[in-house]
Ligand binder design. Structure first.
Ligand SMILES: NC(=O)C1=CN([C@@H]2O[C@H](COP(=O)(O)OP(=O)(O)OC[C@H]3O[C@@H](n4cnc5c(N)ncnc54)[C@H](OP(=O)(O)O)[C@@H]3O)[C@@H](O)[C@H]2O)C=CC1
Ligand SMILES: N[C@@H](CC=O)C(=O)O
Ligand code: NA
Length: 438
């Protein structure tokens, strides 16, 4: 039996996928039954490091997704359009779809999965989160018996690569970003990485699978790494932390969580740079590596770790999805969708506003060098119910004192009220950094 693949995109991930499909020796035998029938690109004359069978390259992607010969469409062009329309057209034409496109799935997943379920085809997306790390299928299948309490991780390779090199080498942000682009880690528009939007897309997808409901993408709070400075990385280090861009999806504990239903639970959904204690498993996830830390009942804690971006690792996940679809097509006689491969959520999860989130904070203040400033800070924090874990005057800078505060767990709304009052103090010159602490 041969399954014909229509590949949309032959960039970093598309070329990595084609490499695997054209070199099946020593891999799963089912690979020998997969054939790249057609490949769609934008610039057919671009020089490429891959030898494809003659005549299969085209710029007419619509003709691929509607081609009656094609069984599985693999969408690796990225972006929202024309990716969304091509996936919908492929589904309408009865094709199964494999995609690495977290942006399109996070925003248009409801429409795409509804169409797929109606048509009885699969949409597979293992490569969309954590690159090569198996995390989508484990959430759908291996952890299916668990009630998930939280999913938290480092799920953007570009920013983790940048933060790691800033921390270990004191490297310059722009130079490291350029390296991440050369290595094929960054998105076509790297602001999606740097501003936390790519991680927000991915945590929306993970939360949907973990908590069994749809997520409105605009409800994911996202803050990127532009404001993380070399000074904060150094201060955090002295205080026993490393700074990581964390994506967090957490079920809020109600008064009686055991008897609440999924629909009534509220989720926290957020992406922001975070001070992670050095002894936490996520603190040692460096470079392009990603890790996803899941807490469930009854499994407890489990962590998935591996390369989160790059041609080979991402293509590994794409081809695994193609194999899964091919295996089902080979064996299944019942009408699909298979309940552990498809996605059939209907309700939307309730999301908690950021003011209600309880977390620790790190804040750095530049103040006039006048007596009693630390006391004034302490009084305002105390009045707003913010208890302090540590207050350190780190040094002097051009006659200004530099003070770093780390709070205990505090409601974000209370912390913001305190900050608003602090900004009005005469002695406060500026507040150069505000970061959350795990
Ligand atoms: N790079 C990575 O590490 C990872 C990427 N992803 C996701 O994988 C997808 C692909 O990413 P990546 O391979 O890095 O992207 P690239 O920019 O390297 O490749 C994009 C490919 O799509 C083609 N293409 C883009 N737009 C069109 C269009 N409108 N019509 C026809 N062809 C088009 C390009 O053609 P041409 O070659 O002619 O320019 C190119 O071959 C994205 O969704 C990305 O988010 C997911 C995980 C990791
Ligand atoms: N740009 C993304 C690629 C993988 O999803 C990243 O850096 O993680
Ligand atoms: Na993955």
């Amino acid at each position: 039996m041969t399954f014909k693949i229509g590949l949309l995109g032959l960039g970093t991930v598309g070329a990595g996928t084609a490499q695997i499909l054209l070199d099946s020796v020593g891999r799963h035998p089912l690979l020998q039954e997969l054939e790249i029938a057609r490949v769609g690109v934008r610039s057919p004359d671009k020089p490429r490091d891959i030898d494809l069978p003659a005549g299969i390259l085209t710029t007419d992607l619509e003709s691929i997704v509607t081609d009656p010969e094609i069984d599985i469409v693999v969408e690796l062009i990225g972006g929202l359009e024309p990716a969304r329309s091509l996936m919908l057209q492929a589904i309408a034409s009865g094709k199964h779809v494999v995609t690495a496109n977290k942006a399109a799935i996070a925003l248009h997943g409801a429409e795409i999965f509804t169409a797929a379920n109606e048509k009885g085809v699969y949409v597979m997306l293992e490569a969309a989160v954590g690159g090569g790390i198996p995390v989508i299928q484990p959430l759908k299948q291996s952890l299916g018996s668990n009630r998930i309490q939280g999913v938290m991780g480092i799920i953007n390779g570009t920013t983790n690569y940048i933060l790691t090199r800033m921390q270990l080498e004191g490297a310059d942000f722009e130079a490291v970003l350029a390296d991440a682009q050369k290595l094929g880690y960054a998105e076509a528009d790297p602001t999606a990485d740097v501003d936390g939007l790519d991680a927000a897309d991915k945590i929306a997808i993970l939360a949907s699978l973990a908590f069994g409901g749809r997520i409105k993408r605009e409800q994911v709070y996202a803050e990127g790494i532009r404001q993380v400075s070399a000074e904060d990385i150094a201060y955090a280090e002295k205080l026993g932390f490393v700074i990581k861009l964390l994506a967090i999806a957490k079920r809020e504990e109600g008064p009686t969580p055991q008897i609440q239903t999924d629909v009534e639970d509220r989720l926290q959904l957020r992406v922001h740079p975070t001070l992670v204690p050095k002894q936490h498993p996520l603190a040692n996830v460096n470079g392009v590596y990603n890790a996803i830390f899941v807490e469930g009942d009854p499994i407890g804690q489990v962590m998935f770790y591996g390369r989160g971006a790059g041609a080979g690792p991402t293509a590994s996940a794409v081809v695994a999805d193609i194999l899964n679809v091919a295996a089902v097509l080979k064996t299944e006689t019942e009408p699909i969708p298979h309940p552990l491969l498809s996605c059939s959520h209907q309700h939307y999860c309730a999301i908690a506003p950021m003011e209600d989130v309880v977390t620790r904070f790190y804040a750095r203040f530049l103040t006039q060098d006048s007596p009693g400033v630390i006391g004034e800070l302490g009084t305002i924090f105390g009045k707003n119910g913010v208890s302090l874990e540590s207050v350190v005057q780190i040094g002097m800078r051009e006659n200004q004192a530099e003070i770093v505060v780390v709070t205990h767990d505090v409601k974000e709304g209370n912390f913001n009220h305190a900050l608003a009052e602090i900004r009005n103090l005469e002695a406060i010159v500026s507040i150069p950094s505000l970061l959350r602490v795990l």
